[in-house]
Design a protein. Structure first.
Length: 325
């Protein structure tokens, strides 16, 4: 057993995916806590049968994954006051055997590192182009990193010292946490080791659109919170969303009104960008073109996510979870 480790699993209606997740953690940590956000499929009872401590969120309070993880961490601290490391994992992920012990060994050998993550892979990347895009998204560079995703092993004291995740964030809470940890002098590290198997179960265009819109929302909020120098958190991603998702269409419309239909030629910049990205890709040649197409198309939902954040922040809107499952 990896001593001193607590695990926080969050989920809702994950069914078989949750069972796989909890089974993969059996005997791997001193304390496992499952935080449920209103499941109706028996997830709570499943976790209890497996001997896992369950926290049922008060759903009268707006749900965020950040709040769920914080409440899970508080439960781990209460049940295991000596916890040194906490592994956060989503309920649709299976933890790879040996990951916790290897990640713990790395943190013990690198006292300046607060967060360590490994390779998250999609369980079924071949089932849809959307699953494949998720798998490629998880394939981040190995070494020192700026941020982690939803699965990571963290030092419990470092996490507590920055008050954990911002509970009001509906997306992008992990990179935002890493910004604050790095500001305290901590490092974030990506190992080459296999960490988790994730099941996005994303097979429809609408799911991809909403997930990408949520990404645009996260970019906007991250830039609002930490976009100032020297961090400049997610400013570049936000600028790209506005440029490709709004500025070019507006310029095309204005030019067409001024000079006629020939102004529509400006729209050729989109297929040219697809060609540029496809030729730069290093995957299978057939996938390069499809992936490049969706990278360009994705700027439109990202821009809408930016607009949604601005309306919520400065208008009368309220933050609400953007789900794709």
């Amino acid at each position: 057993m990896a001593n001193g480790i607590g695990v926080v699993v969050i989920g809702r209606n994950e069914g078989l995916r949750l069972e796989r997740c909890l089974a993969s953690l059996a005997g791997m940590a001193q304390q496992v806590v499952y935080v449920d956000s209103g499941s109706t499929d028996g997830s709570v009872q499943l976790a209890q049968r497996l001997g896992v401590e369950v926290v049922e969120l008060d759903m009268t309070i707006p749900f965020t994954a950040a709040r769920a993880r914080n409440e899970g961490f508080a439960c781990v601290k209460r049940l295991l006051p000596t916890v040194r490391y906490v592994q956060f994992v989503d309920g649709d992920c299976e933890v790879v055997a040996g990951w916790l012990s290897r990640a713990q060994a790395f943190l013990e050998a690198q006292p300046e590192v607060a967060v360590v993550c490994g390779r998250r892979r999609e369980r079924f990347p071949q089932r849809s182009i959307y699953n494949l895009m998720c798998d490629l998204e998880w394939d981040t560079p190995v070494g020192e990193a700026k941020a982690c995703g939803g699965d990571a092993l963290m030092r419990a004291d470092a996490f507590a010292a920055v008050s954990g995740f911002r509970p009001d964030l509906i997306a992008g809470e992990e990179p935002e946490l890493c910004v604050r940890l790095r500001a305290r002098g901590w490092k974030v590290w990506r190992l080459a080791d296999e960490m988790t198997l994730h099941d996005a179960a994303m097979t429809r265009f609408g799911q991809w659109w909403r997930r990408t819109l949520r990404g645009g929302y996260a970019f906007a909020e991250g830039a609002f919170l930490h976009g100032a120098p020297p961090e400049r958190h997610w400013r570049r991603e936000s600028r790209r969303a506005w440029f490709w998702g709004l500025l070019i269409p507006l310029l095309t419309l204005i030019t067409s009104l001024l000079i006629g239909w020939s102004g529509l030629l400006l729209l050729l910049v989109y297929p040219l960008q697809v060609v540029r990205l496809a030729r730069r890709g290093d995957g299978a040649s057939g996938n390069n073109w499809v992936l490049a197409f969706f990278l360009v198309l994705g700027k439109f939902p990202e821009m809408l996510g930016q607009v949604k954040f601005l309306l919520n922040r400065f208008g009368a809107g309220k933050s609400a979870l953007i789900e794709y499952k």
